[in-house]
Design a binder for this molecule. Structure first.
Ligand SMILES: C[S@@+](CC[C@H](N)C(=O)[O-])C[C@H]1O[C@@H](n2cnc3c(N)ncnc32)[C@H](O)[C@@H]1O
Length: 216
């Protein structure tokens, strides 16, 4: 069984030291609540569509324990990608450096079309790129802006599988173990499977599990 329904930190703490080749994850950080409310409060209350569904937020105060576990379970000479917004980025970076990661840069996911917001409408998300030890990217020609259309009417905050494939191809090899402790729709797990990687993940939500098993 490679899919679990446990708290991310609790689940990661069951994995052995230096047992994972790559972690890509998209935690439900606190400031997501803000994005959710911009201009949509009423629609979210009355809509019967799947965008009504939401999940528990992972508090900023828990990032230190999470990142400690992420660092511990990753093999030496590996990469770690974390999706977040421009506010949470400043919270995560110093914590990740404290637990031992080298921070390279935010990679930008350009969603191509504009979204919500009043202060310049949102078109991108950040993917923080970290390294444990030293590892070369597999393709040195890939830019730091990745353009993939957003997913409409999917799981809340669902990411495109093709975007996940780019990160997996850059930072792992066939047969490697790829992990996502907040898997949501399972985009990382599906991408890893399609690329011949082993995969494992956790999500505490029943809805995430139903969604993943329908598409897997
Ligand atoms: C931002 S979504 C992930 C979306 C995913 N990247 C995708 O492409 O669909 C965050 C997920 O974390 C889950 N979650 C919230 N708190 C959690 C916790 N403490 N441990 C594990 N999963 C958690 C939520 O149920 C939600 O599915």
């Amino acid at each position: 069984m490679t899919v679990f329904q446990e708290d991310a930190v609790k689940w990661l703490s069951t994995l052995a030291d230096a047992s994972v080749d790559l972690i890509i994850t998209d935690p439900p950080y606190e400031s997501l609540e803000k994005h959710r409310k911009i201009g949509t409060t009423t629609r979210l209350k009355v809509s019967k569509s799947s965008s009504n569904l939401w999940f528990n937020i992972f508090p900023n105060s828990r990032f230190e324990e999470l990142l400690n576990q992420v660092y511990r379970v990753l093999k030496n000479n590996s990469h770690f990608y974390l999706f977040c917004d421009q506010e949470t980025m400043f919270i995560i970076k110093p914590i990740a450096e404290r637990v031992g990661f080298k921070f390279w840069k935010p990679i930008i996911w350009d969603k191509i079309s504009i979204g919500m917001g009043y202060h310049y409408r949102a078109r991108y998300e950040c993917i923080l790129f970290f390294e444990k030890g030293k590892r070369k990217l597999n393709n040195l020609g890939i830019p730091d802006i990745l353009e993939y259309k957003r997913v409409y009417r999917g799981y809340p905050t669902e990411k495109p599988i093709e975007l996940m494939k780019t990160l997996i191809e850059q930072s792992s090899c066939e047969g490697d173990l790829v992990v996502d402790p907040f898997f949501g729709s399972g985009a990382v797990l599906v991408a890893a499977h399609d690329l011949g990687r082993a995969f494992a993940g956790s999500d505490i939500s029943n809805i995430a599990h139903d969604y993943y098993f329908k598409r897997a």
